[in-house]
Design a protein around this ligand. Sequence first.
Ligand SMILES: NC(=O)c1ccc[n+]([C@@H]2O[C@H](COP(=O)([O-])OP(=O)(O)OC[C@H]3O[C@@H](n4cnc5c(N)ncnc54)[C@H](O)[C@@H]3O)[C@@H](O)[C@H]2O)c1
Length: 355
Amino acid sequence: MRYKTGYSCKLEYDNVKNKIWNAAVIGLGKIGMTYDFDIKRTHPSSHVLAYNDNENVNLVTAMDVENGKKEMLKKLSPTTSFYTSIENALKNKNIDIVSICTPQQYHLKNIIEVLEYSNPKIIFCEKPLVKNTNEISLLKNIVDNKKCIIIPNISRRWLAELQKVTQYIAQGEYGSLEKISIRYTRGIFNTGTHLFDLLKMWTGNNIEKVRVLKKVSTSSEDEGEQSFSFFFEQKNGVYGYAEAIDDREYYLFDIDLFFSQGKIEMRNSGNDIYCYSVGKHSLFSGYRGFKRDKHISGILSDSSMKKAVDNIIDVLEKRAFPVCTMRDAFYPIYVAETLLKSYKTGKEERVDYYE
Ligand SMILES: NC(=O)c1ccc[n+]([C@@H]2O[C@H](COP(=O)([O-])OP(=O)(O)OC[C@H]3O[C@@H](n4cnc5c(N)ncnc54)[C@H](O)[C@@H]3O)[C@@H](O)[C@H]2O)c1
């Protein structure tokens, strides 16, 4: 009886722990592979290098529709076989983990193909998980009958320093949250996934209503992305404003959380968190102002990709639950779709999302 005693459980755990897990990567673009050719990025930044660097993983196979990716793959992971079809990449290879790193419009199709040609234990799929709420329903039906776990890569979820903000808010360190102010680039699905997920993770609350105020250009319009400045309100009455900026001017992802007794700022695309408490104004008598009392820096120098792969191994070896779930990935798609609706109607719209 394998699980009868604690001792047997430990044996089972130790056996699994030494296993090498076979991985595959579908889509060898920026997040799939080429980010790790950028010397400015923290490594590993791509799925290929994160698997290649992990001693518990053998990156057996990778595929891209562009044959030109073969030579780059050879440089980063010389022993990995390259294919231009998912069927050839996966069939009869006994793959445990498949990463999907293709553009968003292919994710559902690729998940279906992966499940047709292989039997992985985990699919690690880039965000946004699928392209709309219809596809969410289709995906739920597909995975309900399978044993495969889908782990979406909402990458900031793996950064423990960003999760500290959740504790500060829950413990009321700066009083009650009142307003949220955001500046962002690259659209409601692309950056929107990170944005809506971060706000939910930090505040424990969903956005309930949105109203688009202005459409703003973005370089990712060709990929079907849209960017809007918009007003939003959470279930608890906390409200905020998101200012969209064209990423061709500059890349930006800043968040300010205003509390009754302080402020928390996310700056440098999430690399720095500054916390302020309220005290006497430093310049004007009779007024109150902010005094900085914490600075968490270098948050993005931690490789979220390495942490994600570590978490995947822990899930496979039954030491942990996924840090990011399908459910986490569904909610931002509902918010983005409601923004599209508000843009069309010109009105405030309610986010039709239920846990
Ligand atoms: N988690 C994050 O922080 C993060 C960061 C960047 C990108 N992403 C997401 O990753 C996905 C890919 O983005 P990217 O910037 O790497 O895109 P990209 O365009 O750089 O790369 C996509 C790759 O997929 C290949 N491809 C296209 N169709 C394919 C198909 N049907 N089968 C196999 N390969 C195919 C292309 O040839 C290309 O090499 C997007 O969903 C994006 O939102 C997430």
